[in-house]
Design a protein around this ligand. Structure first.
Ligand code: NAP
Length: 296
């Protein structure tokens, strides 16, 4: 879709945003990263990204949205069932000018529990917990903007992101429990660097209005994932708790993840975006992540 160097705005320029920014900077694009805090701004500056400090929970200053290639990576608030942050951002785009394209990172939680079925983008969204309802609200607001304002929108429904700095090492070191593999659901992952590549490919090549699952296409068992990380890191495996006795021993957040099982198809992402994953399975991604964790 684009061949000229251009202006990129990353709204919510944290871990994923910095990876996407690095890809754009590598081809000469100017990148602005919107963050909330001074520390995050300093981190962006040292990475060659122009920081813009603003709070999506408050009235927004003028934003450089007009004609920009915008990635929206800020999460919804932590409570409630709606995402007023996206609402405020869209209000700003109406005031400050429409982006050339907006790529939004949603989550696969919007599908709800799928009983372990293979799930492609035609699967109906049935968000079952507030965390997923907030994401669904964000998606709906964005689709409404695309329809009513003619906005160019691409949505990625992203699986669990892993990579250096994003492994459950702290949990394992603390000896926090996990259910046994027999009671654990299917889970889906994508390496953070591969996700950054997918985001840029969506900006470059997706048809307007497209929706993609973003995952490595190799679903696995959630408890196995924790055990594999423990084994590779040389840490003790998590003690096993039975699901029926997990209330109060596992966090409410983890319990809600344990109640949803699905296997994500990434066929559309691979075929339409032409992405070649660097880490198509955990066999490649986990050792690389741990090595980068140790050296970085
Ligand atoms: N974790 C997963 O496995 C997973 C899976 C699917 C999707 N996702 C989603 O993927 C997206 C990117 O993830 P990530 O790892 O890059 O997240 P991250 O490192 O936590 O970055 C989020 C960014 O959003 C900014 N932000 C948060 N609230 C804000 C507000 N009220 N106003 C302005 N900026 C705000 C933060 O700014 P500060 O740094 O200043 O706080 C930060 O730069 C998130 O929406 C995440 O929920 C995550």
């Amino acid at each position: 879709m684009k061949s000229e160097p251009t202006r990129v705005l990353v709204v919510g320029c944290g871990d994923l945003g910095r990876r996407v920014a690095a890809l754009h900077r590598g081809r000469g694009d100017a990148v602005i990263g919107l963050v909330r805090g001074g520390d995050s701004a300093a981190r962006l500056e040292s990475a060659g990204v122009a920081p813009l400090v603003a709070d999506l929970d408050a009235t927004l200053p003028a934003l450089p949205t007009r004609g920009a290639f915008v990635y929206y990576f800020a999460p919804p608030p932590e409570t409630g069932i709606v995402d007023p942050r996206v609402g405020r951002f869209l209000h700003a785009t109406r005031r400050d000018g429409p982006p050339a394209r907006l790529v939004y990172v949603s989550t696969t939680g919007v599908y709800g529990d799928c009983g372990g079925a293979w799930v492609d983008e035609t699967w109906p969204a049935r968000p079952a917990v507030d965390r997923a309802r907030r994401r669904w609200d964000a998606e709906c607001r964005l689709r409404e903007w695309a329809g009513a304002d003619g906005g160019d929108l691409v949505i990625l429904r992203v699986a669990g992101i892993y990579g250096p700095g994003r492994l459950p090492l702290g949990r394992l070191r603390q000896g926090l429990p996990m259910v046994a593999p027999e009671e654990a659901p299917w889970t889906n992952r994508i390496h953070a660097d591969d996700l950054a590549t997918v985001c840029v490919a969506a900006m470059d090549r997706a048809p307007a209005g497209a929706l993609y699952n973003a995952s490595d296409g190799c679903p696995g068992n959630m408890a196995d994932y924790f055990n594999r990380v423990a084994d590779l890191a040389g840490l003790p495996r998590a003690p096993v708790v039975r699901l029926a006795e997990a209330d109060g021993r596992l966090s409410a957040g983890l319990l809600s993840y344990l109640q949803e099982s699905r296997r994500l198809s990434n066929r559309r992402m691979l075929e339409e975006l032409g992405v070649r994953l660097r880490y198509p399975t955990l066999d490649q991604g986990l050792p690389a992540s741990l090595a980068a964790e140790t050296t970085g």
